[in-house]
Design a protein around this ligand. Structure first.
Ligand SMILES: Nc1ncnc2c1ncn2[C@@H]1O[C@H](COP(=O)(O)OP(=O)(O)OP(=O)(O)O)[C@@H](O)[C@H]1O
Ligand SMILES: [Mg+2]
Length: 411
């Protein structure tokens, strides 16, 4: 009889298969008892196919279809010996009958079977829907996992600041990195997440070249310059990068939060992707305590769109804590040259204060300083000395003030 993996088994295989960064294509340690062979005794082809199917990700749930228990049975029967050919029937159970994404999934299954390198396999895909019981188990399991997001538990003291902007390239990542390093140097237990899953920059800014350690399926963040860091950039090309970069941003963020052992930091910073909507909404839904910090440059083209990035707080219950104007001026022979114009940060602050009905202060005006870029790019946040203390520079002093004003003000 076919051995059907329950969602309980799915839970156990999740850790084994998907948490190891940069695993090769063959998992030699795979537990073959989970392979749902039609006769209960999986043959080599069935095991290999099941392993290949573990790489197929459900586009909606962002998880492997084997982990989700969607492969009900696999049957490989010889068709021909010269050349070696098998008929491979895969019984797929979708979460919902007539799921609009079923074509995507079946195409991927077809591809995974047909591209098997060691024999010719003829795929036959049979699609049905999961039983109500199985679906209920799966949903319960997914919900339990969601509860593992450590930042939404009652009594959590972590202050969460999401660093956002309307326009790209205004310095969010640079502000996030320097602010995180400042918090850590001031003695706060500090974590930072690269929530920009396509344009990640924190590994470079913190000089991180290693991967997080995997402890029984729980990832330990990489600590650099005193900051606990996690970035999809640390998993480039691995299965986890694919899993975490599921098509639903919110799901990706939830996995980011719940797959990693964060402890209970005092401060969590999120380096966001530029834009005015989706990302902030996902953050608000995943981390209802997050406070938004809007970064802008002085010129109107940046500040107008920065206002829109803050107005997301009208749609979701999220507080905009304040505005940071970056590249405000360039100091030359004691004179402040306003290369990108003037007043963008102030404008954003006033407009958001007006629209949201509470004070959204301009928290800092940071200079344009070529050295900042050079030091950041060398893998050390510019606020720190090479030995990791806060530098005695005006720049570090501004970040100290910014950090303190973020912490001082109650939400
Ligand atoms: N105050 C500054 N002085 C000089 N260079 C800066 C300053 N702030 C940021 N930069 C540089 O400007 C570039 C863009 O900054 P950064 O990557 O932090 O922006 P971003 O808003 O995160 O961009 P993206 O939207 O692409 O994520 C980087 O090369 C960075 O080093
Ligand atoms: Mg960035």
């Amino acid at each position: 009889m076919a051995h059907t993996p329950t969602s309980q088994q799915a839970a156990t295989t999740t850790g084994a298969g998907s948490t190891q960064p940069n695993t090769g294509t063959t998992n030699h340690n795979m537990d073959t008892t989970t392979v749902p062979a039609a006769d209960g005794q999986p043959n080599a082809i069935e095991i290999a196919i099941y392993h290949r199917l573990s790489k197929v990700i459900d586009p909606e749930l962002g998880r492997s279809i084997t982990d989700l228990g969607m492969i009900a049975a696999i049957e490989a029967t010889p068709h021909n010996t010269l050349p070696l050919t098998f008929d491979v029937t895969v019984h797929v159970e979708l979460t919902v009958a007539g799921c609009p994404l079923s074509k995507t999934i079946t195409n991927q299954i077809n591809g995974a079977v047909a591209s098997y390198p060691d024999a010719t396999l003829i795929p036959h895909i049979e699609v049905s829907a999961m039983s109500q019981d199985k679906l209920a188990n799966l949903v319960a399991q997914l919900k339990a996992e969601r509860r593992q997001n450590p930042f939404t538990k009652p009594g959590v003291h972590t202050r969460i600041f999401a660093i956002a902007s309307g326009k790209g390239g205004v310095g969010k990542s640079s502000v996030t990195a320097n602010l995180a390093a400042t918090f850590a140097a001031l003695g706060y237990d500090t974590a930072a997440i690269d929530a920009d899953i396509y344009g990640f920059s924190l590994p470079r800014l913190f000089g991180v070249h290693t991967q997080p350690t995997n402890l029984n399926g729980m990832l330990m963040p990489v600590v650099s310059w005193g900051v606990k860091l996690m970035s999809i950039g640390m998993f480039a090309g691995s299965e986890r990068a694919i899993l975490w970069r599921g098509p639903r941003l919110q799901r990706s963020l939830e996995q980011f939060l719940s797959d990693v052992w964060w402890g209970s930091p005092d401060v969590l910073l999120l380096d966001m992707a530029p834009g005015t909507g989706d990302m902030a909404i996902s953050v608000a839904q995943t981390l209802p305590n997050a406070e938004l910090v809007v970064v802008t440059t002085p010129q109107p083209s940046a500040s107008e769109i920065a206002v829109r990035s803050g107005l997301v707080a009208l749609q979701v219950p999220m507080t905009v804590r304040g505005v940071v104007e970056n590249m405000s001026y360039f100091e030359h022979n004691g004179e402040r040259l306003e290369i990108f114009g003037h007043g963008g940060g102030q404008r954003v602050s006033e407009q958001l204060t007006h629209a949201l009905g509470y004070d959204v202060p301009l928290l800092a005006e940071l200079p344009l300083e070529p050295q900042i870029r050079e030091i950041d790019d060398s893998g050390r946040p510019a606020v720190l000395t090479p030995s990791g203390e806060l530098a005695g520079t005006p720049f570090a002093a501004q970040f100290t003030k910014l950090a303190q004003s973020l912490m001082d003000n109650a939400k």
